[in-house]
Design a binder for this molecule. Structure first.
Ligand code: ADP
Ligand code: MG
Length: 256
């Protein structure tokens, strides 16, 4: 049965989308069957895989509104074997309102994913930068949450709120949910700040911290404009190396 990991942190710009794209691509490179679900109306994961957000017929929005099946909502990603994507675009921004009053709206995504989870080794969900109904759907669907934390001064801001939300979902909607772990992103070895942030988070957060730390690497920032994950854009870059290592670490961890 596939492991379902939601990548969440309601802070924007911490590396959720970069991690979703590149972790998924590296898992696929290692031979795993991967489904990526873009649950952010910004659709950056979708365009990061080279898919034109405006041209697609079915997205996660049509899926959640019951206008297509989960298989109909999937798109193959060119040049990447073993990887499928459920894309997203700005239409998803209206979903929260449209789902008002719908029964069990916290379980819409889960009920759809249940049909296909056996077909995949990993299902990776990229969350929007908020703790809204879409994020709750991602948490209800997931086995675990991976939290990217950017190595910057306000790194811990909002983390207690995120953990509170995860606890509530676990209590009321998904008793299996775990915090998978924390991944540090945009680490800059030249500054003391980055290593201070890593130390502070380790001291204050009772969660597993992945050994792999994602460095700040300009190739990671460039890759989406070419519609490619980092392992295809610049296979030897430090960004590619680090996301490969993260993928291996996640495969080896069987306890989550
Ligand atoms: P989020 O999805 O949490 O909003 P993104 O993954 O979109 O965050 O990252 C925010 C910005 O930082 C993007 O422009 C992205 O290209 C850049 N970025 C993310 N991770 C790195 C990194 N390790 N090195 C350099 N740039 C990065
Ligand atoms: Mg994002």
């Amino acid at each position: 049965m596939g492991r379902i990991i939601s990548i969440a942190n309601q802070k924007g710009g911490v590396g959720k989308t970069t991690t979703s794209i590149n972790l998924s691509a590296c898992l696929a490179e290692l031979g795993k069957k991967v489904l990526v679900i873009d649950l952010d109306p910004q659709g950056n994961t979708t365009s990061g895989f080279g898919i034109d957000k405006e041209e697609i017929e079915n997205t996660v929005y049509e899926l959640m509104l019951g206008e297509c099946s989960i298989r109909e909502s999937m798109t193959k990603v060119e040049n990447i074997e073993h990887l499928s994507l459920i894309p997203s675009n700005v239409n998803l921004a209206g979903a929260e309102i449209e789902l008002l009053g719908i029964n069990e709206k916290e379980y819409i995504l889960k009920n759809a994913v249940d049909y296909i989870r056996d077909d995949y080794d990993f299902i990776i969900i990229d969350c929007p930068p908020s703790l809204n109904m879409l994020t709750v759907n991602a948490m209800t669907t997931a086995d675990s949450i991976l939290v990217p934390i950017q190595c910057e001064y306000y790194a811990l801001e909002g983390i207690s709120q995120l953990i509170h939300t995860i606890d509530l979902v676990q209590e009321r909607l998904n008793s299996n949910l775990r915090i998978d772990g924390v991944v540090f992103t945009m680490y800059d070895a030249r500054t003391n700040l980055s290593s201070d942030v890593v130390d502070t988070v380790k001291e204050n957060l009772n969660a597993t911290v992945y050994q792999t730390i994602i460095p700040r690497n300009v190739r990671l920032a460039e890759a989406p404009s070419h519609g490619l994950p980092i392992n295809l854009y610049d296979s030897k870059s430090s960004g590619a190396e680090s996301y490969r290592n993260l993928a291996k670490e996640i495969i080896e961890r069987k306890d989550v």
